[in-house]
Ligand binder design. Structure first.
Ligand SMILES: Nc1nc2c(ncn2[C@@H]2O[C@H](COP(=O)(O)OP(=O)(O)O)[C@@H](O)[C@H]2O)c(=O)[nH]1
Ligand SMILES: [Mg+2]
Length: 399
């Protein structure tokens, strides 16, 4: 979050809301010390926060006369000789932070969300653009593997980019190729950093909800022999090999049935939500042949580049031939039992493979934000003619 006054004084919440014991709220702009001072009473009794940028002040933050929290206040950037940014470290609870932002707003600042592209955000001393982006992503990382990957990139990517920039002078083609490898890395790394979505689709009663529960490792959704148990789609968090995964369970894709308009609408919404998923898992019942019209509909409505077919209920006898699946052009077809758990590892591996993550080397330098990858693609698409152009582009990525 950021707060800005008419005099361009902004307040940003540097830590994700409610996610840590401590929150850091950054107030920037020429009025920052004065605005913070009007809500803050340091125990030392000092009134001037604009002196030494290395100082920390301990005290209480007030909303009017009402104390909100004990905080530490620090000036963090010096531009033109004066403190332009003030950090408030408070307790991290969402309600504490919301009260502090409100109090600062009452003192004349304006809150606005902060994101990694906030180029006017003052940085920690010595932190470059890549490091700042890594810190931003690290605060939001959902798995240990994502944390390790981002920490590796934070440590290695700036130096690697410098090396590529040096190489550009003598061998622009090799430098461009190295840049392309970093951009390719993002195509895969984005799933580790931002997570991937898997949509579970199929006819009613195929076992979609049972499979969802199996994938997330808990009884998250209702599953029953009653067709139409699932109506609204739901999304559930899990991880596969340290890759954050949202599993989206959907209502059965029945044939349009006038007697069940609710079911038809539920199916429509499920398909709509699935449209942006990264992987589609089509669940079919091994003991019930899928209707030809159903498969036609899947071909028509689900133009997925990453389609996995899970033939469920492996414990029951096979009642149809999987050769009819060829026209779906799936990335993989596997038999499993969601109820008993057989074949789940195969499905997990197929998901990792469909996402292109098989054999990913987490220590290898890679871009890890949309900005980095976009700038690199634009640079390469423009076919930089000179080494200088390439170096300038690389420096733009490194910030
Ligand atoms: N025999 C058998 N039954 C299963 C299996 N997976 C799910 N079922 C059953 O199939 C029925 C429908 O399951 P559900 O997950 O609600 O299906 P959905 O409508 O596709 O979400 C339930 O009675 C489940 O217990 C399986 O692997 N084997
Ligand atoms: Mg269901």
């Amino acid at each position: 979050m950021t707060v800005t006054s008419a005099a361009q004084t902004m307040v940003r919440l540097l830590t994700p809301p409610g996610m840590g014991a401590i929150a850091v709220i950054r107030v920037t702009g020429p009025q920052a010390p004065a605005i913070v001072r009007s809500a803050f009473r340091p125990v030392s009794g000092e009134t001037d926060l604009s002196g030494d940028p290395q100082r920390l002040w301990y005290g209480r933050l007030f909303d009017g006369n009402e104390p909100i929290d004990e905080v530490l206040v620090a000036g963090c950037t010096v531009r033109g000789g004066g403190i332009e940014a003030v950090d408030i470290s408070s307790h991290g609870g969402m309600r504490v932070v919301a009260r502090i932002l409100l109090a600062l707003e009452r003192c004349g600042a304006v809150v606005r969300p902060m994101n990694e592209d906030d180029s006017d955000a003052p940085s920690w001393p010595a932190a470059g653009r890549i490091e700042r982006e890594a810190d931003w992503a690290l605060a939001r990382a959902r798995t240990r593997r994502a944390v390790e990957f981002l920490a590796n990139q934070r440590a290695d990517l700036p130096g690697h980019l410098e090396e590529i920039a040096r190489q550009a002078a003598s061998n622009p083609a090799a430098a461009a190729e190295a840049l392309r490898r970093l951009a390719d890395g993002w195509q895969v790394a984005r799933f580790l950093v931002d997570g991937a979505q898997i949509a579970i689709l199929g006819p009613p009663n195929a076992g979609k909800s049972t499979l969802t529960n199996r994938l997330v490792g808990r009884d998250a959704v209702l599953a029953s022999a009653l067709a139409g148990t699932t109506r609204d789609w739901t999304s559930h968090e899990t991880a596969i090999e340290g890759v954050p995964i949202s599993v989206i369970d959907t209502a059965g894709l029945g044939m349009p049935d006038v007697s069940d308009s609710l079911g038809a609408e539920a199916a429509r919404r499920g398909l709509g939500r699935s449209a942006t998923a990264d992987v589609h898992v089509l669940v079919l019942d091994r003991s019930e042949p899928p209707a030809g019209e159903f498969l036609d509909r899947v071909v028509r409505d689900l133009s997925s580049v990453r389609l996995l077919v899970a033939i469920n209920k492996a414990d029951l006898p096979l009642a149809w031939s999987p050769t009819c699946l060829a026209r779906l052009r799936p990335s993989a077809v596997m038999t499993l039992s969601a109820l008993r758990g057989d074949g789940m590892e195969r499905l997990r591996q197929a998901v990792i493979s469909a996402l292109g993550l098989t054999g990913m080397q987490d220590r290898q330098p890679s871009f890890f934000t949309v900005r980095q990858a976009r700038l690199a693609s634009e640079l390469l698409a423009g076919c930089p003619r000179s080494a200088e152009e390439l170096v300038r582009g690389i420096e733009g990525i490194a910030g």
